[in-house]
Design a protein around this ligand. Structure first.
Ligand SMILES: [Zn+2]
Length: 400
């Protein structure tokens, strides 16, 4: 099925046009081990990300992008620019992002992808010993396939485009090195989501609180009425966190407290508490509640003191995305044009997109076809990956 799009040229809506090209790219990328590492401080945290980055920079050049339009930064960001087609130079610069690394928690070494037909569609899965790497090599394959298509089809009008492949999304160590000064995009889209139709423009507001306990120590033989045991103070504080508002007891739009760490002895103790909420005011109420718990523990343990220090980790991107409604609007329009039913769901976490949005570049997330991320049962729907590619091209056409 093809559909005329007037001036912008003809975009084949038949996603099978993209399936073969995207699949062969995907199968090539997943053989490179790009598992990131929480334990390393440098960005990127692993050597394999360099290998994939260099390959992608090379592929961008071989597609026909100018040498000067493809850059590999000191921190392993690939930035590739596709200049606007003639007459569209003044269109907004739009960026598309995918991340190079795979989850630090599951092996991505010696991935043996298995391509098979399942229920009339082509899927890719693993042999059950590693993850697949659809998160986010499906996104990379989508972007590269779309770029290849644009370069081969000069009749499709587009504005200036930036394709960005970023390191260490999974460890959070990539974004602090984001080359903001090199980026011209006014809006970006991450290709880092799951099933066909999934679009994400909202994520948690996140805080991390460090709670510190100082006890009053005395020889245990003379402790009666005198000792304030810091370890016990920490345990009492932990017991006050409402279990009904924990990650294991909540889903959908409900936020939570999560006890993320505890250590201590008689003299000092420390807790780490994560606070998550879609509603910033409600999140701040949770943070304020921690102060109340602290005062309550001090009252129970005379001589002991409790301090709470809460820091923002990331914020809900919804507000900033809403400030520029066309960023979400064009995405919904593109999906509608292609007959893709959009399912908008809030992310119960953060993404590079949410952090980029904080830096001033509104960045919604788009599906790329993978499922069961961060696990050995991860798999990819090839037709969903192809639909993602068609959506990206339609979006590019709308922005032009
Ligand atoms: Zn991802």
């Amino acid at each position: 099925m093809n559909e005329e799009h007037g001036e912008g040229g003809t975009i084949p809506l038949d996603e099978t046009v993209f399936a073969k090209a995207a699949l062969s790219r995907f199968l090539r990328y997943v053989t490179i081990d790009t598992q990131s590492d929480h334990g390393k401080e440098a960005t990127p945290t692993t050597e394999g990300q360099w290998e994939l980055a260099k390959l992608l920079a090379e592929e961008c050049r071989s597609l026909g992008l100018a040498e000067t339009d493809v850059e590999l930064t000191d921190h392993c960001y690939v930035i590739a620019r596709l200049p606007a087609s003639a007459g569209n130079e003044r269109s907004p610069v739009i960026g598309f992002l995918a991340h190079l690394d795979t989850s630090a928690d599951v092996s991505g070494k010696n991935v043996k992808p298995i391509v098979e037909e399942s229920g009339g569609t082509t899927v890719v899965r693993t042999d059950g010993t590693t993850l697949l790497g659809a998160d986010d090599k499906a996104g990379i394959a989508v972007i590269m396939t779309a770029a290849e298509y644009l370069l081969a089809h000069g009749e499709i009008k587009h504005g200036p485009l930036e394709f960005i492949f970023s390191p260490d999304e999974e460890t959070g160590k990539g974004l602090p090195c984001f080359p903001l000064e090199k980026i011209r995009a006014q809006a970006c889209y991450t290709l880092d989501g799951g099933a066909r139709g999934e679009v994400e423009t909202e994520c948690f507001n996140a805080w991390k609180a460090e709670v510190r306990f100082k006890g009053r120590v005395i020889h245990l033989g003379q402790a009666r009425g005198e000792l304030a045991n810091a370890a016990l103070m920490a345990a009492s504080f932990a017991a006050m966190l409402p279990r009904a508002e924990s990650p294991e007891a909540s889903d959908g739009r409900y936020g939570y407290y999560c006890l993320a760490g505890i250590k201590g002895d008689l003299e000092t103790a420390e807790l780490a508490v994560l606070i998550r909420d879609f509603d910033a005011a409600r999140g701040r109420e949770r943070a304020a509640a921690l102060d109340c718990f602290a005062r309550a523990v001090e009252a129970q343990f005379p001589g002991g003191t409790v301090s709470v220090e809460s820091k923002v980790q990331y914020t809900n991107m919804k507000d900033k995305i809403d400030e520029q409604p066309c960023v979400r609007g064009k995405l919904l329009q593109a999906a509608d044009n292609l007959g893709i039913t959009v399912m908008e769901k809030p992310i119960r976490g953060g993404t590079d997109g949410s952090r980029l949005t904080e830096l001033g570049i509104p960045t919604p997330n788009i599906f790329a076809g993978g499922r069961n991320f961060h696990s050995v049962s991860e798999w990819l729907s090839v037709s969903d990956m192809a639909a993602s590619c068609a959506l990206m091209l339609e979006l590019i056409r709308l922005w032009a």
